[in-house]
Design a protein around this ligand. Sequence first.
Ligand SMILES: [Zn+2]
Length: 202
Amino acid sequence: MRFLRILVVLSIFASCTTEDDYVPYQVEQVFSDNLEKTIKVDIIYVQPSNKASKVSYGLNETHFIDNLNGSFFHRYGIGLEMGDIKTLNNDELYDLKDNRGQEASVFLQQTQDSYREDRISVYVMKRSNTIAIAGIGKDKRALITDEFLYTSTAPHEIGHALGLHHYHEEGNIMSQIRPYLRKDFTDEQIAVLKETLEKIEN
Ligand SMILES: [Zn+2]
């Protein structure tokens, strides 16, 4: 098992994009009642262990999930449903800039007891507590820094969390270039996402 875990950690890229993704996405919203697959999404706020230093994120979780559905997922028959809203008090993760170059492995280690195999867990933390990290995604978990919640980083990291790898074509959600153009998944990617959701259901 230990060997497997090391392999998983090594296969992650430290950074998902070559450029910053500061442009909010503007994709026409499409909602559907006819969803093939749905999955619950837990939102987990990363906080320091010292409660006096707690930060406020000011996120409207329902609005965040609705936007992801309308902009990126419903059009493919995939629905994200609001799950639980929680807090993770964890100094190691909260001060991610102390772990430069190790962010992805620190993220996976520090969250292994707080995520559920049958859901997507979105961990929200301060971009200012990282060095140039917009987000990280792997193994049902996505880390999205507060400044990137409403950019294409969010569907990109959720894509990683559900098993997608990077894709070379501009405009694809899993592309690493020109993140402000990202808006589509390919048929193959949708097949992978649905297969992952199918496995989760069973
Ligand atoms: Zn990526």
